[in-house]
Design a protein around this ligand. Sequence first.
Ligand code: AR6
Length: 176
Amino acid sequence: MATIEAVLGDITTQAVDAIVNAANSALLGGGGVDGAIHAAAGPRLLAECRELRRTSLPDGLPVGEAVATGAGDLAARWVIHTVGPNRHRGETDPDLLASCFRRSLQVARAVGASSVAFPAVSAGIYGWDPADVARIAVAAVRAELRDQGAAGGIELVRFVLFSHQALTDFEAALAP
Ligand code: AR6
């Protein structure tokens, strides 16, 4: 049975196989956790993202989707970029946010990652209530791990929260 946990911290320093980036469709960096990940990973990460845009994703990454790159100078081996729904643009469908978490875990499994750290996707610049993100994220991760079955490959999912309030929200969502 995989472990799901929530911790307070900076996702860029997590010693896990893959960290998830709350990116935007352009995949070329931004503010928030995206900016922090690109700053810590160095220019190789941006170069890989540019290559994705030049080849498989000329129109960018759709909302709710996920894609993996290497992780540049980070301790992790992979960065999995996902694009959360943006409330300020009227993107209020919880299924789109759930899809970010599920698709990220599917991509993680496909590259061979067994431990994955997530930020609170869409709970910053994209304007979602962190408590809603916590409930949706925990339900999506539980469903995905259930569907992957016993031999699924993902052993650890860690939510890495940047504020005490967000940590409290995720702890509440994880409580049995
Ligand atoms: N480690 C963990 N969590 C963090 C970190 C960090 N180093 N830095 C911020 N957070 P946001 P979004 C938290 O805004 O809402 C970017 O410009 C933050 O407190 O990073 O999905 C992208 O390029 C919040 O709880 O992502 C997109 O344009 C959570 O991470 C847009 O922002 C997510 O906040 C995406 O917006």
